[in-house]
Write a protein that binds this ligand. Structure first.
Ligand code: GLA
Length: 372
């Protein structure tokens, strides 16, 4: 199974945590279609931890909690599929999930078969409570092969928080996306630190197996399971743009029945999503990595992106010498950019290029290299 661009969807954890049920998941599926998010590329509806009973059934299988999911998982999968969407679930490589529910350790093949029978298209696989002597490569390789043996195409999403140098072995284990950091919380410092922690790891992320810098907090505004202060609308846009420049999977984490129009427009931003979904998946160069992050990225269609992220608390600017990208004055070459947040067009930019960026905001220039 080849996953050609970073997966996009919705996951229950950031807002709902333990409080998940059939209605919450169906509402999310309804909203993805009604609000045009499916058209924008979002397709997976993923139930995270806390969906099952605390013990397996007599047949050794995990049992969905009948109070939360009275019609079972197959019916829910059918509903999600009837909307043209795909269905995701969660388990753990240890004996218990992070929330204390049964994990798949030593039940990998029966669990994968069960998920396949239910119509699951995506499995997020966590790292809590694993036996001390087992290592990540074995556990993820095992479940990856169990999913392949299940008879159904199931996207495999690893979640070991970047432990054990995951980026060096995870692609070999057949995984399609892998969490590279601890959990995100709904505030500026959290998403900034997560992004900065991966600036030297993006070269490992490529088509087929993507560095997942965690689910989005756009639109949470301090409410829900990972609520922690909230962000301004500008900060949510900066967060979304960063995830797109890093070509992370885009898993929405807010309550879509309550999301504001402003935040919805961010989640549906075509220009930013086009960067996230660029089929070439080239890691950006980091021209500055201080209180302003400046990235330069080659796009599949021959265009380039130059992006400025201002992490400081006041307006700031950086001046980039084109020579640092290999463009000499004598070559006569320069960039013609369009800025994707303001819509501003730059004209022909030669020798150097400065951008002024408001606090916690970003400017994303996309364009061509030309002598005209
Ligand atoms: C871990 C993961 C989270 C979430 C919880 C569920 O912390 O990193 O994304 O899945 O477990 O318990």
């Amino acid at each position: 199974m080849m996953i050609k661009t970073p997966p996009m969807g919705w996951n229950s954890w950031n807002t709902f945590g333990w409080n998940i049920n059939e209605k919450v998941v169906k509402d999310a599926a309804d909203m993805i279609v009604e609000k045009g998010l499916n058209d924008a590329g979002y397709e997976y509806v993923v139930i995270d931890d806390c969906w099952s009973l605390k013990e397996r059934g007599n047949d050794g299988r995990i049992v969905p909690d009948p109070e939360k999911f009275p019609n079972g998982m197959k019916a829910l999968a059918d509903y999600i599929h009837s909307k043209g969407l795909k269905f995701g679930m969660y388990s753990c490589s240890g004996s218990r999930t992070c929330g204390g529910f049964p994990g798949s350790f030593d039940h990998e093949f029966v669990d994968a078969k069960t998920f396949a029978e239910w119509g699951v298209d995506f499995l997020k696989y966590d790292y809590c409570n694993k036996p001390a002597l087992m290592n990540g490569p074995i556990l993820y390789n095992r479940m990856s092969m169990a999913l392949k043996a299940s008879g159904r195409d199931i996207l495999f999403s690893a979640c070991n928080w970047g432990c054990d140098e995951v980026e060096k072995w995870v692609r070999s284990a057949g995984v399609h996306m892998y969490r590279s950091t601890g959990d995100i919380f709904d505030n500026f410092e959290s998403f900034k630190n997560i992004a900065v922690s991966q600036t030297d790891k993006l070269a490992y992320s490529a088509t087929g197996c993507y560095n997942d810098i965690d689910m989005l907090i756009v639109g949470m505004h301090g409410e829900g399971n990972v609520a922690n202060g909230g962000c301004s609308d500008v900060e949510y846009r900066t967060h979304f743009a960063l995830w797109c420049l890093f070509q992370s999977p885009l898993m929405i984490g807010c309550d879509l029945t309550k999301v504001s129009d402003v935040n919805l427009e961010v989640l549906k931003n075509k220009d930013l999503i086009a960067i996230d979904q660029d089929p070439d998946c080239r890691p950006p160069m980091f021209l500055r990595n201080d209180s302003m992050l400046v990235l330069f990225k080659h796009m599949a269609n021959g265009e380039y992106v130059l992006a400025f992220f201002n992490f400081s608390d006041k307006e700031d600017w950086r001046d980039i010498e084109l020579y640092d990208l290999g463009i000499t004055e004598a070559s006569g070459m320069g960039f013609r950019f369009k800025e994707l947040i303001t819509g501003l067009e730059t004209g022909l930019v030669k020798t150097h290029f400065a951008s002024v960026v408001p606090a916690h905001d970003c400017r994303i220039y996309r364009g061509i290299l030309t002598d005209k």
